[in-house]
Design a protein around this ligand. Structure first.
Ligand code: NAP
Length: 299
């Protein structure tokens, strides 16, 4: 193995520590406590775990955390009444509805109900449009986290060839927009891309967000390139019966012989997502109050 391992866990801990400092300063100097409201509809066990992690991380940086758990059969009007209340609540600067939602609810309509100024998941049409037209936006957390890792590793990204595999609204499209903003030459690849390996081989920055375990092989990677592995697939553990393990979209063993730097799975991109949720909540709070934003925590 020749590649440097990009330690997302350590980097995310640093980001959280910086956020905690900023929150303490906001409280001391302005008397403002940034607040994040998380809405969970139903009892999906994986969602319950995510929401618990978000609550813990929010409290750890000194922010206020407001959890709202609604029954699985909650009608849309009731969910929207809660979102309207949170939109109007001055103690709440970020609102996140944990997806997936039960089938009587619609994710797009739910996101659209959240005030774009508090849409800390960056999923609204307003924030996507603001990002792509070069305005200040709240940016989807995982791509924002990848951008931070890339800037930390590479400094200025200007002029680099970037290939993003995946074109989802949650990840691929905002990732491509962020790289374009940083003056990369960006290619977005997807399931209909021809000669994907060939396209990937020209990437100084290769970002894989597909959800197909170990799809990207070492000979798809440009020698010395930086590889960001976003994909997560849970598979049976080869050595521990009854246990599972996580695999990324990149075949770590072969890719790390060729790349200059690579994120592992787990411990690479994953920890950046919650760190960036907190970063977005702080950014939203500063913007709502007309205060300067913290450097390095936004796109
Ligand atoms: P998604 O909505 O399912 O999108 C997957 C994308 O991959 C689509 O654009 C699809 O192309 C493309 N694709 C599928 N098969 C392909 C192939 N054989 N060759 C090239 N492209 C292919 O998924 P997502 O929400 O973007 O997430 C992608 C992965 O990232 C998942 O594993 C997810 O768990 C992970 N993820 C991780 C985090 C984190 O915090 N670490 C956050 C978000 C997502 P088409 O558009 O043509 O169908």
């Amino acid at each position: 193995m020749t590649a440097d391992i990009i330690d997302g866990k350590a980097f995310a801990a640093g980001v959280r520590a910086r956020i905690a400092d900023q929150v303490a300063q906001l409280k001391a100097e302005q008397g403002i406590t940034p607040g994040l409201a998380v809405v969970l509809v139903g009892e999906d066990p994986a969602s319950e775990v995510y929401v618990a992690h978000k609550h813990k991380a929010t409290v750890e940086v000194g922010m206020a955390s407001f959890e709202h758990k609604l029954p699985a059969d909650t009608p849309e009007e009731e969910l929207f009444a809660l979102i309207d209340k949170l939109n109007a609540d001055p103690k709440v600067h970020g609102i996140l509805c944990q997806f997936p939602v039960p089938e009587q609810l619609d994710e797009r309509r739910t996101v659209a109900r959240i005030d774009p100024a508090k849409d800390v998941d960056g999923l609204s049409v307003t924030n996507a449009g603001r990002l792509s037209t070069g305005l200040d936006a709240l940016v989807s957390c995982t791509p924002l986290g990848c951008l931070m890792l890339l800037r930390d590793r590479l400094g200025k990204l200007e002029g680099l060839e970037a290939v993003v595999i995946g074109r989802s609204n949650l990840f691929g499209k905002p990732m491509a927009q962020l790289l374009l903003r940083d003056n990369c030459t960006v290619t977005i690849a997807h399931s209909r891309t021809k000669d994907l390996a060939e396209v990937c081989r020209r990437a100084d920055i290769l970002v894989a967000a597909v959800g197909r375990a170990e799809m990207v092989k070492g000979d798809w990677v440009k020698p010395g390139g930086t590889v960001i592995d976003v994909g997560i697939t849970r598979v049976p553990h080869p050595d521990k019966p009854g246990k599972t393990k996580l695999l990324g979209d990149v075949d770590f063993e072969s890719a790390s012989d060729v790349a200059g730097a690579i994120t592992p799975v787990p411990g690479g991109v994953g920890p950046m997502t919650i760190a960036c949720l907190l970063a977005n909540t702080l950014t939203a709070c500063c913007r709502i109050h007309g205060l300067p934003e913290s450097e390095g925590l936004t796109a």
